[in-house]
Design a protein around this ligand. Structure first.
Ligand code: MV4
Length: 506
């Protein structure tokens, strides 16, 4: 087993990985940028090292600096989390060259899946169902129009180096394709440094269902059920659940076995996710494979009872999978909400700032993977994900009830959050009925949909009460301790608290 693990990430996922290290008895090393000196992951790790200035390119994406810190601290493995360097084959290769184990798949598997066209060729060779379209880059508009005419419009233009919907364009006919082609190419070049684009038949109103797989370095590969991720906004997932309300046990098995075949075709080891589109008639198609631990991995952990991060570490250390497919049991239901610092009244624009007060949910069936604490200032340089609230229950009904109860216990002051959106999702008839299609979030987040007037007022009053209660608690301690009787709340309260209090009294 490893002697020490460096966690090349920040926020809730770095905290999550540090927890796995602690349980395995492995010392952990955090790295941090200038603005993350007091971040939660720094406080939780056994050691921490500064790696650079706030821009990610100078810190969390700085391969040389991170490897230096690994060597300096005596770490013999690096966990990349998600995002940042997690799907960068050059980083995985640099780790290998430095004699440090990258906790994840091989650089070769990452390269294969990083090119969406190469991945499609490989799936075609392995005989797996994938969305009809081209499996190599389009060399000209004429070629694109020829293929599109053959498979039929509407089509999607996608960047081969993209993924996750970035740089994707819909064309409903030949003239739309003509106007989209050159822009798609130059956008792909700008965003990914590679102008290769390909096309797929557009699947109308698809569901996004992904299969978690786990593979050891001895060729043992298993699937761990699915995650329904159709609630997305601008290609950002907002809520994920397992099992998917749209899958039958037969589909689950078919998709699971297809995902295992896809992983085998890529000679894949460690944790990975195979994404599928599911159409209205329940046919499924390979979309892409993500070669990292995903944000939404906790829903799979809850329904399988497994610790995916510990298993990643053990696989990377050369251990065999400790179970086979027939030993995996899926039980109950899990739903995850991604809690972001963003302003619902400004079209969910990021809203970083200082966390002035915090009340966190707990209790039966509630898991909170959080990266914040009161007094911490959420920096504006990175993704504004604050925490993931995950509910677990025997069935979807109980899970929704627990989630709703937990949302009522959750209070974040100082930054705007999307917490209110989840209360409305849970109150939505379509969501309750399991009809989690793409249109649902668009409807709930459309401008004017926000019941801002009443909710915002109520939230402000609640904030005022919360602040007063805190201040009063502080007073009683002071009275008992030092004999001072401050009948007014502390004069050191922040301007925010003062504002909230006066608004509440108003
Ligand atoms: C598609 C598609 C329709 N047809 N590909 C890919 C990544 C994901 N974030 C969005 N992607 C899509 N790819 C073809 N050939 C529609 C989407 C899509 C989507 C898919 C599932 C759930 C929500 C979605 C929201 C927007 C677009």
């Amino acid at each position: 087993m490893f002697k020490k693990i460096l966690v090349a990430n920040r926020g809730e996922i770095a905290v999550r990985v540090i927890r796995a290290c602690r349980e395995l008895g492995i010392p952990s090393v955090a790295v941090y940028s200038d603005v993350d000196r007091a971040a939660l992951h720094v406080l939780r790790a056994d050691e921490a090292y500064l790696i650079g200035r706030a821009p990610a390119s100078e810190s969390y994406l700085n391969i040389g600096r991170i490897l230096d810190r690994a060597q300096q601290s005596g770490a013999d493995a690096i966990h990349p989390g998600y995002g940042f360097l997690s799907e960068n084959p050059q980083f995985a290769r640099a780790c290998r060259d430095a004699g440090i184990t990258f906790i994840g798949p091989s650089p070769e598997a990452m390269e294969l899946m990083g090119s969406k066209t190469r991945a499609r060729q490989q799936m075609e060779k392995a005989g797996l169902p994938f969305v009809p379209g081209t499996s190599r880059g389009l060399s000209s508009l004429a070629e694109a129009q020829q293929v599109a005419a053959k498979i039929g419009y509407p089509i999607m233009l996608k960047a081969a180096a993209g993924g996750g919907g970035k740089g994707m364009r819909l064309a409903r006919n030949a003239s739309e394709l003509a106007s989209a082609f050159d822009t798609a190419r130059s956008e792909a070049l700008g965003a990914f440094g590679d102008d290769e684009v390909y096309l797929e038949k557009a699947i109308p109103n698809p569901r996004h269902v992904e299969i978690q797989i786990l593979a050891d370095e001895f060729g043992n590969t298993v699937y761990l059920g699915e995650r329904e991720c159709s609630l997305q906004r601008r290609h950002q997932k907002v809520l994920e659940e397992s099992p998917s309300p749209a899958l039958t046990p037969e589909m689950r098995q078919q998709m699971g076995e297809t995902a295992v075949k896809a992983a085998r075709a890529a000679n894949y080891a460690n944790a990975g996710t195979v994404e599928f589109l599911v159409d209205a008639s329940a046919s499924f198609y390979f979309l892409e494979m993500n070669t990292r631990l995903q944000v939404e991995h906790p829903v799979t952990e809850l329904v399988t009872g497994l610790d995916l991060v510990q298993l990643q570490i053990r696989i990377a250390a050369g251990e065999r999978l400790p179970f086979s497919q027939d030993q995996i049991r899926l039980r109950g239901h899990a739903i995850e909400c991604r809690i972001y610092a963003e302003d619902p009244e400004k079209d969910y624009f990021p809203s970083p700032g200082r966390i002035t007060d915090l009340s966190e949910p707990s209790g039966p069936g509630i898991r909170l993977d959080s990266g914040i604490y009161p007094g911490w200032k959420v920096p504006l340089e990175y993704d504004p994900l604050l925490a993931k609230l995950i509910a677990y229950g025997e069935d979807r009904q109980q899970t929704m009830a627990r989630l709703e109860r937990a949302l009522g216990e959750y209070f974040v002051a100082g930054v705007k959050t999307n917490l209110g959106l989840f209360r409305r999702i849970l109150a939505d008839q379509d969501f309750v009925a399991g009809k989690t299609d793409t249109g649902l979030l668009a409807r709930l987040t459309a401008p004017g949909q926000e019941p801002a007037a009443t909710d915002a007022k109520l939230a402000t009053i609640a904030a005022g009460v919360f602040t007063l209660l805190n201040a009063l608690n502080g007073n009683s301690t002071a009275r008992n301790g030092a004999g001072t009787d401050r009948s007014q709340p502390s004069s050191q309260a922040s301007p925010w608290k003062e504002a909230a209090r006066s608004e509440a009294l108003e």
